[in-house]
Design a protein around this ligand. Sequence first.
Ligand SMILES: [Zn+2]
Length: 422
Amino acid sequence: MLVLEYKAVVKKSQSTAIDEAIRTSQFVRNKVLRYWIDNRGIGKKELYQYNTQLRAEFDFVKDLNSHACQASVENVERAIKRFFDNCKNKKPGKKGYPRFKKDSRSVEYKTSGWKLHPSKRRITFSDKKGIGELKLLGKWDIHTYPIELIKRVRIVRRESSGYYVQFCVKVDAIQEPRTGDSEVGLDVGLEYFYSDSNGYHQENPRFLRKAEKAIKHPQRRIYSKEKGKNNRRKASWRYARKHLKVSRQREEHAKRIARNVCKANAFVAYEELNVRGLVRNRRLAKSISDVAWNSFRRWLEYFAVKFNTQVVAVPPHYTSQKCSSCGNIVKKGLSTRTHTCKCGCVLQRDVNAAINILCKAKSTTGQVGSNAWGVGTSTLLGATQAHASCDVEPRIPRLIAVGSVNKDKMVKPESIKAANRP
Ligand SMILES: [Zn+2]
């Protein structure tokens, strides 16, 4: 499935209609879910029958295209299946019991209820919700695909940026081959986005810091406008847009880097970090949020499946202190950027850590046996292990060490040493 997304030009009356359609689809979804919860053991058929019943009972449900209602039922079905699958596979942690939706942001149509304009730059929704014709903005080529291949049309609402129309086109994903079969360990940090075990450093772009000035200005403008007035709302919208841009840049960057890494390597090891816990450290919060490790990790997992790369997370445990060549613990001051060991091993600090991460990942997967080489599940394996030993080494001080670039904002060495003591 390929998803093409367009920005929709929407009039005020149309946005009301779209919101109404989204609300209806959420209503159907929640009702059907409630029905399933109240009548345990019922199957697909009953869920669809109940949907028909809802359409007879409520006029506003009937106004929504019948296939769009079905799509909501399918959504529940998928959620139920996911839950049962998780139970069956004994997934660690929460099993994802289907939940009610509170703020749905999309409505999904199937192959009816909409029509593309011959130019394929406009789409008309023909059900009784009254959405009508929407103009589509975007550079994707929906016109190159035959209309029968469009299996789904989704309208998505995004706060602060408006409405989008997504087309799900049924084409086989182009399988891209991996370009390399090497193994690599990654040490993420604040100085560099990551340093790998081959000695390569990926620069950290720091989008928020770069955009800081451009953001500060609209932020101040908000407070100069009178409370509760339209101008204030507009000003805060402008401010939100700036942040949206930064978060998109970050996401794109993390995605690109993760893709490159997975494409070039058969085995990728990284250090499991509790980013949430780290962000609570107020002095570093901004820098840490700005590097987007979480999305980097998500994208690593995503591309791992795509390129058939094994991605493993290892628990942080003396990865920076241990010598990667002889295994001795070499205590380093936090400002020491080079790892120098008695055995003659001299490496950049993060590179030493990256090599340790790689070795550790290889030894863990070795213990688990061939099962660990399955795609996708490997990360989960690492994650559980990370929890088991997460209190071995205090993690925040290590990160401060990595973030030597923001020296002015750094904690004084004394206080770090104090924090490092158990
Ligand atoms: Zn050594």
